[in-house]
Design a protein around this ligand. Sequence first.
Ligand SMILES: [Zn+2]
Length: 329
Amino acid sequence: MRRSQLVVALLVGCGLWLAVGRTGEAPPEAPKEQTMAEQTGARPGPMPPLSAEEAQIIRHKGTERPFSGAYTETVTPGVYVCRQCGAPLYESSAKFRSECGWPSFDDELPLAVRRQVDADGSRTEILCASCAGHLGHVFQGEGFTAKNVRHCVNSRSLVLRASSAPVQWAIFAGGCFWGVEEQFAGQPGVLVAQSGYTGGRTVAPTYEQICTGTTGHAEAVRVAFDPGVTSFEKLARLFFEIHDPTTLNRQGPDAGTQYRSAVFYFGDGQRQTAAALIEQLRAGGWAVVTALAPAGPFYAAEAYHQNYLARNPGRVSCHRRVPRFEQRP
Ligand SMILES: [Zn+2]
């Protein structure tokens, strides 16, 4: 594609909408006090700065002393995210006791972990696929579990977002992911809200490719949640109220299939719940065009898209809540 086309495609995106949306908006709110959970990265949002010890491990490929980390023996349900960037890496269901002195997992979340052979060729290093932060090493053939794999991870490379029950997942596409992500990140029970791309053909697409509208992917937000605190139905109701589900392949001035409204469901239960909510909205007069499709590969968006609105408080979200389940159009 020609560079001029790319510039036009980028301008049509969120930036222009936000620039327009700022006009006449209320003055920005005073910065809120950070909770302890936000300070430690235990809630969605920008991750706190690394300590010197964490930086030594994550940026300089160090190794913590065995049995010295916070998660060596942890069995609490939840999702482990990258200490540096907050990307989800492992579910607690993949954690097992190896007695090796570091947290051990026999599987990673899809596309979350990158492997590379150490400089001396002896071991395989594992890194966060989103930020390249050092996690540890991966070993095969030790026979610990049926999967026969051990991700040996430094506790200090991880933060556990604890859950009262096994974590569940949802993926929603509702236009520019900055605003959708911000809305879900603030919900009780939400452990992860990650911007990314899904539902298309291109493998590992970039934002520039997404902006052409030719990859088939939608801008989407992947949510991990504690089913003991919230539910898929509650989150799906929120989804239908924070974006316009009646405009085909468009949210405000953002046009193209990459801005389509869609629920990428995990299992038939989620599909039925989303379909019932759509029927409820249609009965209330809303001509909903939201697509339902099974969840497939989810590619995390580039780091500069994650927590975008939280990191850029001067920007105004393009998503505001309209109580569509209580009012007619
Ligand atoms: Zn990371």
